[in-house]
Design a binder for this molecule. Structure first.
Ligand SMILES: Nc1ncnc2c1ncn2[C@@H]1O[C@H](COP(=O)(O)OP(=O)(O)OP(=O)(O)O)[C@@H](O)[C@H]1O
Ligand SMILES: [Mg+2]
Length: 161
């Protein structure tokens, strides 16, 4: 499959806006991997997503918790694997209890560190770009993930529509 084009995010508001766009596309049981170096904008993206779903402010989850954001429509379970050193520490996160739960979606920062998500998920990769901008590449690792990746890109959605 050809590499999808990167979307340029000029500032943090643009990163939040794309997270908000994803909020219009997700349904219960969806899983989202957020990948990218320190400060790439992963939490900012989650903030836009949670806010658009009607939830409150987002904080970086501590290593021992999955933060649960009750929103109007869907619960958002938000985890960060950055400080997880060994796979043996994963069970205490409790991710297995919420993955696939139709009442909400699971969003995991640093999801490339450990394979905690189901085989079919949306992978959102963020990276630093020219100036202080960011680039985002969305890919799907299965049919549902690909559907989300395709519709997340406003340009691609326009071509489909
Ligand atoms: N598109 C953007 N352009 C410029 N700055 C941005 C952009 N998106 C986010 N930022 C800023 O980058 C900083 C880091 O963002 P954020 O905390 O979301 O990164 P992160 O990937 O979650 O980092 P970490 O790996 O530490 O969890 C914040 O100050 C945020 O406002
Ligand atoms: Mg973060």
């Amino acid at each position: 499959m050809a590499t999808p084009p990167a979307m340029t995010l000029a500032d943090a508001a643009a990163t939040e806006a794309l997270g908000a766009r994803l909020a219009t596309l997700v349904r219960g049981g969806d899983a989202i991997a957020l990948v990218g170096e320190l400060g790439a904008g992963k939490t900012t993206f989650v903030h836009g997503l949670v806010r658009a779903l009607g939830g409150g402010d987002v904080h970086s989850p501590t290593f021992s918790l999955v933060h649960e954001y009750p929103t109007g429509r869907l619960v958002v379970w938000h985890a960060d694997l950055y400080r997880i050193a060994r796979a043996a520490e994963l069970p205490e996160l409790g991710l297995d209890e919420v993955i696939g739960d139709p009442r909400g979606i699971v969003v995991v920062e640093w999801a490339d560190r450990f394979a905690v998500l189901p085989a079919d998920h949306l992978r959102v990769e963020l990276r630093h770009a020219a100036g202080d901008q960011r680039e985002l590449v969305a890919t799907g690792t299965g049919p549902r993930g690909r559907e989300l990746a395709t519709t997340l890109d406003p340009a691609a959605a326009g071509k489909l529509g």
